[in-house]
Design a protein around this ligand. Structure first.
Ligand SMILES: Cc1cc2nc3c(=O)[nH]c(=O)nc-3n(C[C@H](O)[C@H](O)[C@H](O)COP(=O)(O)OP(=O)(O)OC[C@H]3O[C@@H](n4cnc5c(N)ncnc54)[C@H](O)[C@@H]3O)c2cc1C
Length: 112
């Protein structure tokens, strides 16, 4: 899914659906991996010294940034499933035409 989205993006074609679905799946896979690591390591996983708690915390970020799960689902509901928009654009600085290549993902530095 990621490769398909990237290929579409590189070809200058609309890739919003593929990019959003890939991001959603990756964020969930990452979170489940972090959860499994935390559960496996038990109390030591929670201790800062073993770095598992850092990975656990960081994997949670991908359900929030660079775009939250709620907004991915809102995009897919409207543009893939054809459902009515679930929120208003009036107060948000959002371009109404979403049939654009997805923005390049933000880079998260070491400050996370
Ligand atoms: C560590 C970190 C690094 C970051 N780095 C960058 C960066 O390098 N570049 C950059 O551009 N940005 C960066 N960001 C910002 C990031 O893109 C935003 O945090 C992210 O897009 C979520 O926006 P927000 O924080 O304004 O939350 P909000 O948009 O205020 O969302 C808050 C909650 O409300 C929900 N919500 C909002 N709108 C709707 C809606 N219409 N329907 C349903 N639910 C909704 C969201 O899903 C979320 O749960 C970073 C954020 C973090 C935490």
């Amino acid at each position: 899914m990621v490769r398909k989205a990237a290929a579409l993006f590189d070809a200058g074609m609309p890739c919003g659906a593929e990019a959003n679905m890939a991001k959603l799946l990756a964020s969930e896979a990452s979170w489940h991996a972090g959860e499994a690591a935390m559960q496996t390591h038990g109390g030591f996983g929670f201790a800062k010294e073993y770095d598992v708690e850092r990975k656990w915390r960081e994997t949670r970020l991908f359900q929030i940034a660079p775009i939250s799960t709620n907004l991915v689902l809102a995009f897919l509901a409207e543009h893939v499933l054809g459902m009515p928009r679930s929120y208003s654009l009036r107060r948000a600085n959002v371009r109404p035409s979403l049939n654009l290549p997805a923005a390049r993902p933000a880079r998260f530095g070491r400050s996370v």
